[in-house]
Design a binder for this molecule. Structure first.
Ligand code: FAD
Length: 159
């Protein structure tokens, strides 16, 4: 029997980056922090994201049938907290436009997708996105490990 704490504790050892998923529904942009993002296929170019069935983002991605992923830089921890609903700030967020998709300003990379497939997986829904546009700049990513934010440090081989 797997208990929730052990599951979180063990899977928290898997290091990820942090992204904000955005979509537009009824002329409103909605954003949500998501670290379940993976590359799936090159031909066709597919990625996967995972959305909790309780998240208000779920109905919006289903309805819009598309989403964008903004991979956050190491300077964007506050934005990750904001789009995870962890900051009680009334600040408005300015989005940038990327090929017609709203994305997070100054992020490290953008991936714009249309939904290719969706599948329920326990208490989450997995979306396969077919990539329509991509962009990246150089810089350092925001890292998430064991429930905390970190910055990337290069590991040099000792001579
Ligand atoms: P809400 O809770 O309504 O929105 C989230 C926040 O974004 C709110 O504060 C809202 O004000 C703000 N917001 C939304 N749109 C805008 C806008 N246009 N302008 C300004 N602010 C806006 N959950 C998952 O389902 N899958 C994951 O992979 C995942 N990974 C996570 C990784 C990390 C590092 C963290 C911290 C959280 C993760 N979560 C994940 C949890 C998820 O981010 C939160 O549960 C989130 O609050 C769910 O969002 P929601 O769609 O229900 O929307």
């Amino acid at each position: 029997m797997v208990d929730d704490k052990s599951f979180r504790d063990v899977l928290g050892r898997w290091v990820t980056g942090v992204a904000v998923i955005t979509t537009v529904w009824k002329d409103q942009v909605h954003g949500m922090t998501d670290n379940a993002v993976m590359s799936v296929s090159l031909k066709p170019p597919l990625i996967l994201i995972s959305i909790d069935e309780k998240a208000s983002m779920l109905a919006k991605v289903r309805a819009a049938n598309n989403f964008a992923v903004s991979i956050l830089s190491s300077e964007q921890k506050a934005l990750s907290q904001h789009f995870a609903g962890q900051r009680q700030s009334k600040e408005t967020v300015d989005f940038d436009g990327f090929m017609g998709w709203p994305v997070i300003k100054n992020a490290l990379a953008y991936i714009a997708c249309k939904v290719h497939d969706a599948r329920q997986a326990g208490d989450h829904v997995l979306f396969l996105g077919e990539v329509e546009h991509l962009w990246a700049r150089s810089g350092r990513p925001l890292i998430f490990y064991q429930g905390r934010y970190h910055a990337l440090q290069d590991m040099e081989d000792k001579k």
